[in-house]
Design a protein around this ligand. Structure first.
Ligand code: SAM
Ligand code: DTB
Ligand code: SF4
Length: 330
């Protein structure tokens, strides 16, 4: 075994200056990074992390403002109207209810408040006007505000920017090649177009993906290739492990190997050295040690609070205890 390890020739470790802010990564280069021995990979990611990204662990809280009944058919999503899951459509939350939740999130130590709408796209009218009020109210509390609500127009992006929106979350989810195995009601180019509109309006990008949907390692490399070649890089990169939800087409996917999650987090950190890499869905299934390995690999944000949008997240007490145990909080 030792002989086998010694015989492996890992790719030369890129110098920090070589890897910082590159936008010309190839899938082959990324595959080499992803596949190197785990400890070399984590070491390389941690080295870049210490030089280039924020070392605090940012807590973000999620709230589902409009739950269920979505017209898109994303195979992983419990909120799609195409799947028969336990999530049923619910009325949109009021501005007051959302701001109350944001206040509680701030009191709990969150710096970022992320609001989700299960929509294919934003439509003008009452619900959008209320979204703008929510964004402005969250910003007034001194929190970063993030919205995820599907596709949008240039004019809508501009109005969100004017309301003070910090970030728009719009994930690419997987590689361009695998995309039509997961979603057929929209295309990769629709996603890229929305990302461009968000950028043009001056809002920062929160864009990442999911592993564990049956994709190959090359698909993961190609997802990261697309993300890392966005110019500038997304400021925020959520990495999700599939939460296999009963009633969705991906309900029977086997659980993600935690080392695969460590590998993708580390590679995201290496490719996008100054982004916030957020360990997102799937944390409930991870041991404390696996989460710490992800932090070693350059993760610098987690979602905090007992619920993500519709699925479970670790209990706040458990997260507090974990952060205290590693000395990340006092
Ligand atoms: N409708 C919006 C959109 O299209 O971007 C936003 C809401 S959607 C729930 C936000 C992201 O959550 C998705 O892009 C996906 O990456 C992630 N997500 C949703 N369901 C998930 C699941 N079961 N497991 C892991 N990640 C999931
Ligand atoms: C992201 O990439 N992950 C978060 C956030 N962005 C919006 C959402 C995860 C949702 C997991 C499934 C659910 O709770 O419904
Ligand atoms: Fe779920 Fe968003 Fe897809 Fe709608 S567009 S099904 S909310 S991931």
């Amino acid at each position: 075994m030792i002989g086998k390890t010694a015989a492996y020739r890992s790719p030369p470790m890129p110098q920090a200056s070589q890897s910082v802010l590159r936008h010309d990564w190839t899938a082959a280069e990324i595959l080499d990074i992803l596949q190197q021995p785990l400890l070399d990979l984590v070491y390389q990611a941690q080295s870049l992390h210490r030089q280039h990204s924020a070392r605090d662990i940012q807590l973000a809280t999620l709230l589902s403002v409009k739950t269920g009944g979505c017209a898109e058919n994303c195979a992983y999503c419990p909120q799609s109207a195409h799947h028969d899951t336990r999530v049923t459509p619910e009325p949109v939350l009021s501005v007051e209810a959302v701001l109350t939740a944001a206040r509680a999130a701030k009191a709990n130590g969150s710096e970022r408040f992320c609001m989700g709408w299960a929509w294919r796209e934003i439509k003008d009218g009452k619900a959008f006007n209320e979204m703008l009020e929510m964004v402005a109210g969250v910003r007034q509390m001194g929190l970063e505000a993030c919205v995820t609500a599907g596709m949008l127009s240039d004019a809508q992006a501009e109005r969100l920017a004017a309301a003070g929106l910090t970030a728009y979350n719009h994930n690419l989810d997987t590689s361009p090649d695998y995309y039509d195995q997961i979603i057929t009601t929209r295309g990769y180019d629709d996603r890229l177009q929305t990302l461009e509109r968000v950028r043009r309006a001056g809002i920062t990008l929160c864009c990442g993906g999911i592993i564990g949907m049956g994709e190959t390692l090359l698909d993961r490399a190609k997802l990261l290739e697309t993300l890392a070649n966005l110019t500038p890089h997304p400021e925020s990169v959520p990495i999700n492990a599939l939460t296999a939800v009963a009633g969705t087409p991906l309900a029977d996917q086997p659980p993600v190997d935690p080392f695969d999650l460590v590998r993708i987090c580390a590679t995201a950190r290496i490719l996008m050295p100054s982004a916030r890499v957020r360990l997102s869905a799937g944390r409930s299934q991870l041991s404390r040690e696996a989460q710490v390995l992800c932090l070693m690999a350059g993760v610098n944000s987690i979602f905090y609070g007992e619920k993500l949008l519709t699925t479970e997240n670790p209990e706040q007490d458990a997260d507090q205890a974990l952060l205290a145990a590693i000395g990340a909080i006092g």
